[in-house]
Design a protein around this ligand. Structure first.
Ligand code: URA
Length: 245
């Protein structure tokens, strides 16, 4: 990894690591550690190595009525129309056409794969306005896991913000998952907003607007995904773009 970052031969890198002169995302590097070369914060003697050039990361607040696919045969607006057309980017995961809120667009395939793979478990928070007022036992059912037609959901963090408004945090990202969970307890979603991805939230970003993610935010997301990997949720072989050093 460090040799790919232009630091020197693998042996030189190993020596630097063994001497305790290298940190990755603030922690001492260890030999053989897997690191996302584009986004990890790597320092040698306290001096940061750069993030790969040419990569862009946008945070978009998707409005209702905009589709997440790159082209829509029915001619509906796509999220790509909300951001610069060059360089070409794609969305990390997707939101339903009727769902609002935060979405990441990037041309960094490795990070996109890492963040969108359900088994990496980056947590996402949704505000769900539902039909009616769920009872405490219905809320408990959401927390404990709901059996959907594609299997049971993992336990979720669920809070009641107001009567009929739930804050639901999940890490799975199955198709229409929040809508199906709420429907299963008898309270279909009326409005759904994704308010947070990992630690990333932005209440000042207006619907239809976008901004660049800061380098720190990109690193934070990558770090969070790696942490969820540490929890044991990792597909066989790991995602592309992740290398040993
Ligand atoms: N869950 C849903 O039901 N829809 C989304 O768009 C995202 C999560």
């Amino acid at each position: 990894m460090l040799s790919r970052a232009g630091l020197g031969s693998r042996r030189v890198c190993d020596d630097l690591i063994a001497a305790g002169r290298v940190t990755v995302n603030g922690a001492p590097a260890v030999l053989g550690q897997r690191v996302h070369t584009a986004t990890a914060l790597v320092t040698v003697d306290g001096v940061p190595l750069g993030v790969a050039p040419g990569l862009v990361y946008y945070l978009v607040n998707k409005p209702v009525g905009v589709v997440t696919t790159s082209a829509d045969p029915q001619g509906r607006p796509t999220v790509l129309s909300l951001v610069p057309s060059e360089p070409r980017v794609f969305s990390v995961g997707r939101l339903d056409m009727d769902t609002e809120g935060l979405l990441i667009l990037t041309n960094d395939g490795a990070l996109a794969q890492l963040l969108s793979h359900p088994s990496f478990g980056v947590r996402k928070e949704y505000l769900a306005e539902v039909d009616g007022t769920p009872s405490p036992s219905a809320v408990r059912a959401l927390r404990e896991g709901i059996v959907l037609d594609d299997g049971p959901t993992a336990p979720a963090t669920v809070g009641v913000v107001a009567p009929g408004v739930l804050r639901i945090e999940i890490h799975e990202g199955r198709n229409r998952q929040v809508r199906r969970m709420c429907e299963a307890i008898g309270h279909p979603v009326v409005r759904l907003v994704r308010a947070r991805i990992g630690t990333l939230a932005d209440r000042s970003l207006k619907p239809g607007h976008w901004r660049d993610l800061s380098t720190d935010e990109v690193r934070m997301l990558a770090t969070e995904a790696v942490r969820s990997e540490d929890r044991g949720a990792r597909p066989p072989g790991g995602p592309e773009g992740w290398t040993g050093h």
